[in-house]
Design a protein around this ligand. Structure first.
Ligand SMILES: [Zn+2]
Length: 303
């Protein structure tokens, strides 16, 4: 039988699942899931929703992942697990209303109305919230207020690539769980990625080499994304307090927490610019130069 959450079906996720299972006996009002990939975060959030709703969960200490409720949650059909994404525009939502809705004022009002009523089923309502990091709208603020109101029947799950992207007040209110890092042996290590990784490291050390690459016509958005992903993964390891011995990690550990938070923002900005069709090589050049200077300064190197 196909597993309900294939994204979590590797040994690396066993620890996360057992932590969610344990939390289920006393669900925190707000759970924050970061790290991993977007699909893994969503699967983990839905697994959590199963833990909070599966009729056998109390007895088993985990969701059965076999019953109709668990299946409906995995298929995004369960009424007590509404999902909202700040990255979906109102227009998109109107034209193609899917199981994940936009954070429009109308939808938030609807949700707040819903929160006044008990859940449809016998379990808990689990509200999934994504794309909050880029959303400072009135509707997002209205929604955040709902998180502060304690409820016996509703819990929230925030999903973000990195918790540093969210408002600190939100993070401090949350029970945070970090998803495991992709297994380096399983993860596809293309030769391009390896070359880029060593160039990134070399540039951050010496200021040389990468510039030659980014000025080439062949340096496209995909390669730029790979550079950002290399930096993001390294940053996440360093921020989580388990940096690797060498590579980019050994350079980023020299930065203060404040600097690391800034770097996290730069990476997001750069990603947005690449998506916004600015020449990828230029975006990466600017990003890498900033990062190089910051590391040089933190290392007490003469620039
Ligand atoms: Zn079940």
């Amino acid at each position: 039988m196909e597993p309900l959450f294939p994204e979590l079906d590797t040994p690396a996720f066993a620890g996360l699942k057992s932590r969610l299972d344990m939390l289920g006996s006393m669900p925190p009002q707000v759970l924050l899931l970061d790290g991993g990939s977007e699909n893994q975060r969503l699967a983990a959030a839905r697994y959590w929703a199963c833990r909070c709703n599966c009729p056998s969960a109390r007895e088993l200490g985990r969701p059965c992942l076999n019953c109709e409720i668990c299946s409906q949650i995995a298929r995004q059909e369960y009424l007590d697990v509404p999902a909202y994404d700040g990255r979906i525009s109102n227009k998109q939502d109107d034209e193609e209303p899917g199981p994940v809705r936009a954070l429009s004022i109308r939808n938030v009002r609807e949700l707040k109305g819903l929160l006044k009523d008990p859940p449809h089923g016998a379990g808990m309502r689990v509200v999934l919230l994504m794309g909050l990091e880029r959303n400072r709208s009135e509707s997002a603020n209205a929604l955040l207020k709902a998180l502060e109101e304690p409820s016996q029947t509703t819990v929230f799950v925030l999903l973000a690539a990195q918790r540093e992207q969210l408002l600190p007040t939100l993070v401090s209110r949350s029970h945070c769980l970090i998803l495991p890092w992709p297994d380096p042996e399983v993860e596809e290590e293309s030769s391009v990625r390896k070359d880029l990784a060593s160039d990134v490291q070399e540039f951050l050390r010496s200021g040389k080499r990468l510039m030659g690459r980014t000025s080439q016509k062949s340096f496209d958005a995909a390669q730029a994304q790979t550079v950002i992903s290399i930096l993001q993964k390294s940053l996440m390891r360093v921020m989580a307090g388990h940096p690797g011995q060498d590579g980019v990690d050994s350079l980023l550990v020299r930065l203060s927490p404040l600097h690391l938070t800034n770097v996290s923002r730069w990476l997001n900005d750069a990603q947005g610019k690449i998506a916004g069709q600015i020449t990828p090589g230029r975006v990466i050049d600017a990003l890498m130069t900033r990062l190089y200077l910051l590391i040089a300064e933190a290392s007490g190197r003469q620039v």
